[in-house]
Design a protein around this ligand. Structure first.
Ligand code: AP5
Length: 215
């Protein structure tokens, strides 16, 4: 089963994708993670995308489609979770083509709905363990008082360069201008499944499970 998690920055796509990896052995394909990895290698492409990401803009379609093409070729598991991809109509068309070339298809699009006010609160409170990537949130899941990651014991925590109010405003603008048209695109294909992303993390997971079980 192949699915898209569609939603604005902070909707909970990454959180839910990681839970699906654990519960269903699916493969998470996050273009945000791929781009951050490219950035950290200091490659030419990494340098090109770093500034765009820090400002909250969208990286060009050819770069992200290329990254997805590469990952699809090498990955194996119980289906793919596209997290943060596609983000434009051109990316959506390309995904359809890539899956078609693999004799595969998309089964469901989960649209995670969260108010803008809640997104700002979530994003500005987010931090991550530098060793294992475990996510924390100052409001809902604070870093442990002893300073040790609950998952791996690591003691260094990081915040993303684009997790500030100014970048977030731009990321939201990009979402409404370029990504939200995908809601109509997938609705017309009969694939759109809205879920309430404002609920507790486990409740959102249960709603997503219901969608996947009927798809
Ligand atoms: P990307 O990394 O994809 O970021 P994003 O879409 O802005 O999404 P986030 O990772 O910020 O949020 P999320 O929805 O995954 O929420 P999370 O689970 O972390 O992209 C970054 C940048 O890369 C883009 O701006 C762009 O420049 C570039 N890029 C990436 N893909 C691209 C593409 N396809 N095309 C072009 N450019 C691309 O949760 C957020 C916080 O909320 C966490 O603290 C979490 O603990 C908390 N939380 C989660 N769920 C809940 C809940 N139910 N209740 C309370 N708190 C919750």
């Amino acid at each position: 089963m192949n699915i898209i998690l569609l939603g604005p920055p902070g909707a909970g796509k990454g959180t839910q994708a990681r839970m699906l990896v654990d519960s269903r052995n699916m493969v998470q394909l996050s273009t945000g993670d791929m781009l951050r990895e490219a950035k950290s290698t200091g490659s030419e492409m990494g340098k090109k995308v770093a500034e765009v990401m820090a400002d909250g803009g969208l990286v060009t379609d050819d770069i992200v489609i290329g990254l997805i093409r590469e990952k699809l070729a090498g990955a194996a598991g119980n289906g793919f979770i596209f997290d943060g991809f596609p983000r434009t109509l051109a990316q959506a068309d390309a995904l359809g083509t890539l899956l078609g070339e693999m004799d595969s298809n998309l089964d469901a699009v989960v649209e995670m709905r969260v108010d803008d006010d809640a997104l700002v609160g979530r994003i500005t409170a987010r931090s991550t363990c530098a060793s294992c990537g475990q996510m924390y949130n100052d409001n809902t899941k604070p870093q442990p008082a002893d300073g040790k990651c609950l998952n791996c014991g690591g003691m260094e925590f990081t915040r993303r360069a684009d997790d500030n109010e100014e970048s977030l405003r731009q990321r939201l603008m990009e979402y409404y201008k370029k990504t939200s048209p995908l809601i109509g695109y997938y609705y017309l294909k009969g694939m759109l499944n809205p879920v309430n992303g404002l609920g507790e993390i486990n409740d959102v997971q249960a709603e997503i499970a219901r969608v996947l079980n009927k798809s």
